[in-house]
Structure formats: structure tokens, C-alpha cells
Design a protein around this ligand. Structure first.
Ligand code: GRF
Length: 193
């Protein structure tokens, strides 16, 4: 029997990846404990999901602090309070400062809805769709000090079909994200050799 690993999930918005990870862990019976979900936005839907799934939640309201250094210091203090094996970014809309990235080097991962290094940054699905590429996809990567620039851990291509709309493409991409992210988390926490 594997020993239980602990993860923390960060998100600012809708939280569908967070929910898929939690449900996947439970369905597969994996020895992974989601210590808490953290959000910078007290109104984020991810927090509603956390409540429903009975996952502890923490909030540091970025807007009410209004100062990036102070906010990041509080985030760092929160992370130092409880040890974890992996910090999973799932739609977290703030850039982690070098101090946090270096402190937890190679323990922070992110998911991006495109085949990096293509279409970095916001609105990646729309950018790929508008660019007319035939193939886009999903990337899971290590978080480094840049934006969507860290070492690629896994990628899955998705074809853009002639009759795709932005909406149908988004749906397919999210479906892949919801499966791939947990696969990567599992392989990092329980390496086969
Ligand atoms: C996902 O598309 C993810 O790739 C990107 O942000 C989105 C988050 O969606 N980083 P959700 O909040 O998990 O529904």
C-alpha cells in the first residue's frame, strides 16, 4: 500500500479541473489527500465546488489587499504552514513570484489549453482556433518563473475539425484536461521507477 500524498490546488475561477481531480482521486481510490483548495477570489465558483465536495478551502482576497508583495507573502506563509507534495494550479490567474517558485521548485505544476510553446498566456483556445491551426491540445508543465514556459511534462494533441466551433473545441479540450491532469499528478506522486 502506497503512503498517502498531499496536494494543494490553486484556482481563481470555474474550477472544473479541480472537481475532475477530486472526483478522479475518489473514483480511482488513490491515496491522495487534497489538503485544501486556495483561491485569490472569494467569489470564485471553485469555492462552491469545494464546499459541495467537502474539500477545505482557503481564501486570500487579492483585491482587498491590493498589493502584490503583501498578497504573495501571505500566500507563501500559507504554503509554509502545511507540508505538501504537489501544488496544482488549476485556472489560477496570478503569476507566482520567483520566491515561491524557487522555494517549491519542481513541486508546482500547471495545465494549459494549448500545445506549448504555442499560444502561451490567456485565451489560448481562442487564439489557436482563430489562427486556423489544424491541431491544438493540452499541456501539463512544471511552473517556472515565466508564464507557461516551464518544462513540459505531458502533452496531448487535439484535432480542430472543419465543423468545430470555438465552443465545441473548448468542450473537447476540457474533457482531455480533466483526464490528463490527474494522470500526470498520479505519475509524479507515484513514479513507477
Ligand atoms: C483551463 O482551461 C486550464 O487549462 C487553464 O485555465 C482553465 C481553468 O478551467 N489554465 P477550470 O477553472 O479548471 O474550469
Amino acid at each position: 500500500m502506497e503512503t498517502t500524498r498531499t496536494i494543494v490546488i490553486f484556482g481563481s475561477g470555474f474550477g472544473s479541473n479541480f472537481e475532475a481531480i477530486v472526483r478522479g482521486i475518489r473514483k480511482k481510490g488513490l491515496p491522495i489527500r487534497v489538503a485544501y483548495v486556495f483561491s485569490d477570489n472569494p467569489n470564485a465558483y471553485i469555492l462552491e465546488r469545494a464546499k459541495r465536495l467537502e474539500v477545505p478551502k482557503k481564501v486570500i482576497d487579492y483585491r482587498s489587499i491590493g498589493n502584490r508583495e503583501i498578497y504573495n507573502e501571505k500566500v507563501l506563509q500559507m504554503l509554509e504552514r502545511e507540508p505538501f507534495d504537489l501544488l496544482v494550479l488549476a485556472g489560477y490567474m496570478r503569476i507566482l513570484p520567483p520566491k515561491i517558485v524557487r522555494r517549491f521548485w519542481r513541486k508546482i505544476i500547471n495545465i494549459h489549453p494549448a500545445l506549448l510553446p504555442a499560444f502561451r498566456g490567456l485565451h489560448a483556445i481562442e487564439k489557436a482556433f482563430k489562427a486556423g491551426v489544424k491541431v491544438t491540445g493540452v499541456t501539463v508543465h512544471i511552473v517556472d518563473e515565466g508564464v507557461d514556459t516551464g518544462e513540459i511534462l505531458a502533452q496531448e494533441p487535439i484535432r480542430i475539425l472543419p465543423d468545430d466551433t470555438l465552443h465545441s473545441l473548448e468542450e473537447r479540450i476540457h474533457k482531455v484536461e480533466h483526464r490528463l491532469y490527474l494522470e500526470v499528478i498520479e505519475s509524479l506522486l507515484f513514479p513507477k521507477n
